[in-house]
Design a protein around this ligand. Structure first.
Ligand code: ZN
Ligand code: ZN
Length: 239
């Protein structure tokens, strides 16, 4: 699949972005105007909040909970965090004025523009593969499947607990926190391959560990707390 790749104008909301960064992701030789997220047009009509979440999680560093003045700029683009402290200062972002843990938190979310775009494509593919997801229109399906293969029909699961995820969970939130989160099998690696959806509680449980380290930790706990489960997996509760 060949993409247009034309440079598109920097969105007005992306105030720290250099010129000539944003690209058109429509197919080569398309008619009409260039677009960065053409494969999210259909989602925009059926679940606009999901489209927004995918773009936000793929491209931005933090959520809206960062309100205090020392928490740094809210929702900054991940690629901006690849710049040096000096370069950021020229953009009006003083990293040294932020607490160290805030700086670390922002820096660990850094990722190149192209990786963020690939993550957005992958998350869209995964979302259409959830139970009760709206079916993608033909154009969108062809686009996403040429990138990642057949959309899993209802099989997109939480990559931590491996239970299928229900698309309806996108619309649910508890105490302002979304039930579905975007997570990383290996923390800090923001690539299409490493990124997926999780239950909120599973993402919290995984914490700073890789998924494999998390399983090792659980196995270790269970070997003491529930040894019968490890010896006899059929004794696991089915729910
Ligand atoms: Zn174009
Ligand atoms: Zn889960």
């Amino acid at each position: 699949m060949e993409l247009c790749g034309n440079i598109i104008p920097t969105p007005s909301t992306a105030k720290y972005d250099p010129d000539n960064l944003h690209r058109c992701y429509r197919l080569k030789n398309h008619t009409g105007r260039c677009k960065e997220y053409p494969y999210l047009d259909h989602m925009h009509t059926v679940a606009p909040g999901v489209r927004q979440k995918i773009i936000r999680d793929a491209t931005k560093t933090t959520g809206a909970s960062w309100k205090s003045s020392d928490a740094g700029p809210n929702r900054i683009s991940r690629w901006t965090m690849l710049l040096s402290d000096d370069e950021l200062l020229q953009l009006g972002i003083s990293m040294s004025a932020l607490k160290q843990w805030v700086q670390d938190k922002l820096r660990e979310k850094a990722a190149p523009y192209e990786d963020c775009m690939a993550v957005a494509q992958k998350l869209t593919w995964l979302a259409y593969g959830m139970r009760n997801a709206p079916p993608a229109d033909d154009w969108t399906r062809d686009y996403l499947e040429s990138l990642f293969g057949t959309i899993p029909s209802g099989d997109t699961g939480c990559f931590v607990c491996l239970k299928p995820l229900d698309f309806e969970l996108f619309h649910k939130a508890r105490r302002g926190k979304a039930e579905i989160e975007t997570g990383h099998r290996t923390p800090r690696s923001h690539t299409a391959e490493n990124t997926g959806f999780t239950h909120r509680e599973c993402n919290i449980a995984q914490g700073p560990l890789t998924v494999d380290e998390f399983y090792d930790w659980m196995e270790n706990v269970l070997s003491r707390a529930r040894p019968h489960v490890l010896n006899n997996p059929s004794s696991l509760p089915t729910k």
